[in-house]
Design a protein around this ligand. Sequence first.
Ligand SMILES: Nc1ncnc2c1ncn2[C@@H]1O[C@H](COP(=O)(O)OP(=O)(O)OP(=O)(O)O)[C@@H](O)[C@H]1O
Ligand SMILES: [Mg+2]
Length: 265
Amino acid sequence: MYDQPNLESTVSQNDIKISADKVQVYYGENHAIKDVSVEIEDKTVTAFIGPSGCGKSTFLRTLNRMNDTIDICRVEGNINLDGEDIYDPKVDPVQLRAKVGMVFQKPNPFPKSIYDNIAYGPRIHGLASSKAELDEIVEKSLRRGAIWEEVKDRLHAPGTGLSGGQQQRLCIARAIATEPEVLLMDEPCSALDPIATAQVEELIDELRSRYSVVIVTHSMQQAARVSQKTAFFHLGNLVEYDDTSKIFTNPTDERTESYITGRIG
Ligand SMILES: Nc1ncnc2c1ncn2[C@@H]1O[C@H](COP(=O)(O)OP(=O)(O)OP(=O)(O)O)[C@@H](O)[C@H]1O
Ligand SMILES: [Mg+2]
């Protein structure tokens, strides 16, 4: 006879990084997010899926207070990052966004050199005390952004001169440069060709070892490939949130099933 392995200790359980509780978002009279509660895990890629207009981008933006920049937008409920309320008046949204970085649909490098695109955040947050240290941060970020080899000989050329896929990896490297803990990505591959998409997906998978990543995508294949958890939104509601494999093979809610099989969209 031999001992049974202790299954409980072999199941990896990630910590909760962001906990949202009964979140409502309004744009004027429009109730865009309805009572959404969800726990986003650390070191995990979480996909947000659902038909256009269901509130994916709106909910994503609540996680780093990007909705603050929209005048008519009002957020209620609670969102905690590592147990701290991010909507507490003491929290500086600029500091918060260094911790919870964001990558947008359309690559948006600053009209600056490749080097300065990366160095910008570390400079304003005082992360480097010397030129050598800044150089190191720039190199490390570009390496983690999987674009170092392609740009190391032209760091002082404009970031806007790169191809779309390179620009998006530059923007990811820029988001990483401030040592964030969470990376929010809103359809980061929708402007990219299949090769660049594959490169960014590979990068997202690598980022998971260090960060909590949340990605909005319209591609079911992409959600299935890159995420471990999936949240399905419909008309402002979070309908179902579960392991990605469960959502795509055996969803609980009819609306999820209809969406993933292409009946609503
Ligand atoms: N800046 C804004 N001002 C007013 N209403 C907005 C704004 N942004 C989004 N909305 C509204 O909030 C609702 C949710 O929109 P949101 O952009 O979050 O959807 P989405 O799921 O990201 O859609 P898509 O897949 O098309 O990007 C919609 O009714 C939309 O019209
Ligand atoms: Mg959107």
